[in-house]
Write a protein that binds this ligand. Structure first.
Ligand code: PMP
Length: 303
């Protein structure tokens, strides 16, 4: 969990806002913004390593697709998005950090319908070394079973990285933190294992990787990267429906996400049953392979 630090609306630096860099504190919007009231808003979460975003093109493509799913068009091309990102990283002198592009419907119309609203686009970037604390990451994070389930594909735009989908993630994560946990673990609407509040999940069973089929949640870019890395090592990866009690057969469990990177899970508590895991060989391999690929120094001590 990132501790409260400087508020995000009161910092030095620049934000790219509707086509130009503006001083950080001036990147404002009106309270009658459709995106705020009705969650007509999509975003991305990108990691910067040595001044460059890892898989930038894929993040930008997902942003464009997310908007398309919600019925609007990002007012920038792939090329514009890339240039804006580079300009922003340079202006804020980000070396190891995070980029948050966001697009939303503006304030031209107030009501559920917003056919003629202007689409706004902003990008912010900040230094952000780790999502989970190094201690939590080393021994494995603690997760709480969430009472919130990932919605069915016909009840929400589950393949968009859309703000509205995070309402239950924040509620789940707050409940987890109130019980001394780092994150919440969510099932899907069928009762199958789904994901964390901002990361996908993998189980190591008999030396193979098992991960839920992403049919009602994001098929994360980090998830896809880790699957490719595992296969390169000859580790079998199986995407399938996984029931929560199968955690009892897992030797290791870890999460993947642009922010979370590869993060071992040490314990799961709550109504779905109590499980403990010791981060071991495969967690460490995946963590190190991922760090190597993104250009970080490999100094993992997961076990
Ligand atoms: N699931 C959710 C709910 C997320 O917010 C994220 C982070 N974007 C992921 C999974 C992992 O996606 P990625 O690896 O592309 O960051």
């Amino acid at each position: 969990m990132s501790a409260p630090g400087l508020p995000f609306d009161d910092r030095d630096g620049f934000i790219w806002y509707d086509g130009r860099l503006v001083p950080w504190r001036d990147a404002k919007l009106h309270v009658l913004t459709h995106g705020l009231h009705y969650a007509s808003c999509v975003f991305e979460g990108e990691r910067v390593y040595s001044g460059t975003v890892f898989r930038l093109e894929d993040h930008n493509q997902r942003l464009i697709n997310s908007a398309k799913i919600l019925g609007f068009e990002i007012p920038a091309s792939m090329d514009d998005l890339q240039k804006a990102t580079e300009q922003l990283i340079a202006a804020n002198k980000i070396v190891e950090g995070y980029v948050r592009p966001i697009a939303w419907r503006g304030a031209e119309q107030m009501g559920v319908s917003a056919q003629d609203s202007k689409i706004h686009l902003a990008l912010a970037a900040w230094d952000w070394p780790a999502y989970f604390s190094p201690e939590a990451r080393a021994k494995g994070i603690r997760m709480l079973w969430s009472r919130w389930a990932r919605p069915a594909p016909h009840t929400a735009p589950v393949h968009a990285k859309a703000s509205g989908l995070y309402m239950i993630c924040t509620m789940a994560k707050h409940e987890a933190e109130a019980q001394g946990c780092d994150d919440a673990l969510m099932l899907d609407w069928r009762g199958q294992l789904a994901e964390g509040t901002g990361a996908n999940i993998f189980l190591v069973i008999n030396g193979e990787l098992h991960t839920p089929t992403p049919d009602c949640f994001l098929n994360g870019l980090t998830r896809q990267t880790v699957i490719a890395l595992a296969r390169q090592r000859g580790i079998k990866v199986i995407e399938r429906a996984i029931m929560p009690n199968e955690l009892g057969e897992a030797d290791e469990v870890f999460l993947t996400g642009s922010a979370a990177e590869v993060t071992p899970v040490g314990e799961i508590i709550g109504t779905g049953g109590h499980y403990r895991f010791t981060p071991g060989t495969i967690c460490r391999l995946m963590w190190e392979d991922y760090d190597r690929l993104v250009g970080k120094k490999v100094a993992a001590t997961a076990a």
